[in-house]
Design a protein around this ligand. Structure first.
Ligand code: B4P
Length: 188
């Protein structure tokens, strides 16, 4: 199995690159952001609780997203592998993911981390906000909170995967194709 974590701050291009990577490597795409937005649209109990947190640029509780990922792993038992996009986002999530995968006899192969300066992130997200309808892309204050949340709670995972010898950073500025080539060079 090939299990990759696609990592980076909000707007780094994780969702964009995942679409290309799942096609090339025949992997299942697990985006916790997409799953949560699906719950919000369907107005489930979980979605109603998650909406306020997401709209403010805060993280949804660990146990909620860990449970969602567990369900998706169970639903895709015969997959070639997974791209984890936007998950894990905290150390507790990374530890839980290791445990879930090890129970299934597999593990994370590598984390690929897209590097994009804050100014470019803000520009991309405000641009997407013009037609995405996403409240978390609509104003600079919320985007700043998402970047702060990333720096406080998510960026420490770089050390976590570096210590396991499973970390590579990738220049995330350039055309979508250029960045895709950089990623595939590392995946090999
Ligand atoms: P996500 O859906 O993961 O939101 P994101 O970080 O903005 O997505 P992404 O980084 O994939 O955006 P992309 O680059 O593709 O999370 C949203 C919210 O859900 C979180 O704030 C949190 O509340 C909650 N959540 C999700 N996962 C969670 C977890 N594990 N734990 C707790 N809470 C969780 O796209 C950005 C834009 O850039 C696009 O418009 C794209 O077209 C553009 N772009 C991409 N590549 C480009 C390039 N090379 N050049 C120019 N523009 C580019």
């Amino acid at each position: 199995m090939l299990n990759l974590v696609l990592f980076g701050p909000p707007g780094a291009g994780k969702g964009t690159q995942s679409t290309n990577l799942i096609e090339k490597y025949n992997l299942v795409h697990l985006s916790t952001g997409d799953i949560l937005r699906g719950e919000v649209t369907a107005q489930t109990e979980l979605g109603l609780k998650a909406k306020a947190l997401m709209d403010a640029g805060n993280l949804v509780p660990d146990e909620v997203v860990i449970g969602m990922i567990n369900n998706k792993l169970e639903e895709n038992k015969n997959a070639n592998g997974f791209i984890f996009d936007g998950f894990p986002r905290t150390t507790a999530q990374a530890e839980a993911l290791d445990k879930l995968l090890s129970d299934k006899g597999t593990s994370i192969n590598h984390m690929l981390a897209l590097q994009v300066p804050d100014g470019e992130l803000i520009k991309r997200l405000l641009l997407r906000g013009k037609d995405s309808g996403r409240a978390d892309d609509a104003n600079e204050e919320v985007i700043a909170n998402r970047i702060k949340t990333y720096n406080d709670k998510t960026a420490p995972l770089i050390n976590y995967y570096q210590n396991l010898g499973k970390y590579t950073d990738i220049e995330g500025v350039g055309t979508v194709n250029e960045i895709f080539e950089r990623l595939t060079e590392v995946i090999g």
